[in-house]
Design a protein around this ligand. Sequence first.
Ligand code: SF4
Ligand code: SF4
Length: 195
Amino acid sequence: MPASASGPAQGYFRNIYDTVKSILTGMKITLRYCFSKTVTIQYPFEKLAFAPRYRGIHEFEAEKCIACDMCAKACPVDCIYIDKSAPRKIDKATGKAVGGELLRYAIDYQKCMFCALCTEPCPTDCIHMGKNHDLSSYTRGDMVVEFTELDRKGLRTPIPLWVERNAATIPWVAKEKERLEKGILATTEADIPSV
Ligand code: SF4
Ligand code: SF4
């Protein structure tokens, strides 16, 4: 009967060995990461790096929009709303749209999936994917961005709440706020460089 007596004892010690081994293996991995370079950053105190082709909240040049609806037709989720008082066309002398008034150009960010399909057919190149990503707000209504109203304030894209709140204390956010207030497109010279 010695064989049957050693069976449970062997299993008991085997379990202890396996448990200790797996704990040590886990601790070894944890310790290795404790001393390796961190991959996270303290955003927004540190600036996030964006890929050059990052697709964020749109930037819209209302003065070039001829309200042709091409972007709205290309949108797979029908989240672009356009209204005009009469047909518009580009004045070749100024490069700006003339004719009827652009009454509304709005995008519903509850539905937008940032696919950029709206930017491709635009004949006047006036709708762009920007670099801002955070459009947090207190109401669902705020997720519908009225670009024509922003244009009346000289803006091409909304100024996010976090930019408003952190501009006074974080230098790079202050610079970003200044760019937004001046209506400078992120996709050109004001692009956010990699850190
Ligand atoms: S990015 Fe895509 S989903 Fe968003 S408005 Fe443009 S076409 Fe529509
Ligand atoms: S495709 Fe361009 S010009 Fe036409 S409605 Fe859309 S943003 Fe305006």
